[in-house]
Design a protein around this ligand. Structure first.
Ligand SMILES: [Zn+2]
Length: 418
């Protein structure tokens, strides 16, 4: 594991640290899969040993009082089931009655501080610790109230692809994990931001800075998963438990706070269904959800955000379906109906071309709601003006019986032409 100097008097990176940074950058760039470049010269990776900046997360909006009461009925039911819970129930009832002040019609709605107070008081119910069997229900109730605002220490920052700051003091204060490994994780997380920005299309670059919740959710989920992947990979290579503990800690963070208020939480969707072989691999799998979302996040925010949301709610299958519903041509390119990727790409291109030249709407069978016409708005610049292939050539090359939509197309085309 690389070692770092946390001395607050140390001025900039020393020679050994600079070499560490270069090695980590090489590794991260290779894993990112876009080749090598002089991304962020190492003198623009700043070591800050003085500041410990904080960031505040607002917490989810609390639910309405009527919703809250509904959830509360379930808790009451349980507490009534045994007389030993009577005093807990009375105490809880007192708290809830006070909260009824915040009727839905009331002008003053529950704000973050009210939620904080409410949750704190329920957590501290005097009888609570005596009855561990009711803890789950109470915790669930607390969850339903909404997430309490919280602050977190900032460990690193990236400014586009121009500058990275590593806050050594903040990292040094993290006692639960190995601080040397943590520097590595933070650096890789920030490097991901820089690479994401660097390789993005102008639209993403242009909308990079103003912080919208969905944009940061996409950015941070990707960067945190990338760092996670890097750290787990380091563990499988070195069998150094410090890396493993660090990865656990990251996952723990994602499971504790809600998405998208806590923008990092979306990172967990990229690990769904992945095992050791995924994290051990030299490079990231081509068609995995992470790659799909990462590549799309260089063009637009919407699909990545929706896919993360869908995956969180319904698992990886739901997320991929959402992705391909939005980008059916990508599906044709990815589906392994043809032997090699070149053929698949060519096939997808031909579908677009045919649609344009014969001015028909082609329905891709698996996505009846989507027409190639919808896609034209996205990729019109890629479509050539004249077909490279005649009908006959097209048929010969692609009417293999494997893709029966092709057959249907040609038929439809002929019917419409003559
Ligand atoms: Zn970040």
């Amino acid at each position: 594991m690389y070692k770092w100097n946390f001395d607050s008097r140390s001025n900039g990176w020393d020679q050994r640290e600079s070499a560490n940074i270069m090695a980590i950058m090489d590794d991260a760039l290779r894993l990112f899969g876009k080749g090598f470049l002089n991304l962020i010269p190492k003198e623009h990776i700043i070591k800050n040993t003085q500041d410990t900046p904080m960031v505040e997360y607002k917490g989810d909006n609390p639910i309405s009082m009527s919703e809250l009461k509904e959830k509360y009925d379930g808790v009451v039911e349980l507490l009534k089931s045994d007389s030993k819970y009577t005093s807990t129930l009375e105490e809880l009832d007192g708290i809830i009655r006070e909260m009824e002040l915040f009727d839905d019609d009331n002008l003053r709605q529950m704000n973050a501080d009210d939620v904080r107070e409410l949750v704190g008081r329920i957590q501290n119910l005097s009888e609570c610790s005596r009855f561990p069997e009711i803890a789950d229900v109470l915790n669930k109730f607390i969850d339903d109230i909404g997430e309490v605002p919280f602050t977190e220490v900032i460990l690193g920052e990236a400014y586009r692809d121009e500058k990275i700051i590593i806050y050594m003091q903040s990292i040094n204060n993290c006692s639960s994990v190995n601080k040397h490994a943590l520097v590595e994780q933070v650096l890789v997380h920030e490097l991901f931001h820089a690479m994401h920005y660097h390789y993005s299309k102008p639209y993403i670059k242009g909308s990079w800075d103003p912080k919208s919740i969905s944009h940061s959710a996409v950015k941070e989920s990707l960067a945190d998963f990338f760092a996670y992947l890097y750290i787990l990979r380091a563990f499988y290579r070195s069998h150094d438990m410090n890396y493993f503990i660090l990865s656990k800690e990251l996952k723990n963070k994602w499971n504790t706070h809600r998405f998208p208020n806590y923008p990092y939480t979306g990172a967990k969707v990229f690990g769904y269904g992945k095992d050791e072989s995924f994290y051990e691999a030299e490079l990231i799998e081509k068609d995995c959800l992470f790659r799909l979302v990462q590549d799309k996040a260089m063009e637009q925010w919407e699909t990545p955000y929706r896919v993360i949301m869908k995956t969180l709610a319904g698992g990886e299958k739901a997320g991929k379906e959402e992705y391909y519903r939005r980008h059916p041509i990508d599906y044709l390119v990815t589906e392994k109906q043809f032997e090699d990727e070149y053929e698949r790409k060519e096939y997808a291109g031909l579908l677009k071309l045919l649609e344009k030249n014969y001015k028909i709407k082609i329905n891709v069978e698996r996505f009846p709601d989507y027409t190639i016409d919808d896609l034209r708005s996205i990729e019109s610049s890629d479509v050539c003006s004249s077909p490279k292939y005649s009908n006959e050539e097209f048929e010969k090359s692609f009417y293999s019986g494997l893709i029966h939509e092709v057959n249907e197309y040609i038929d439809r085309l002929r019917r419409e032409m003559y």
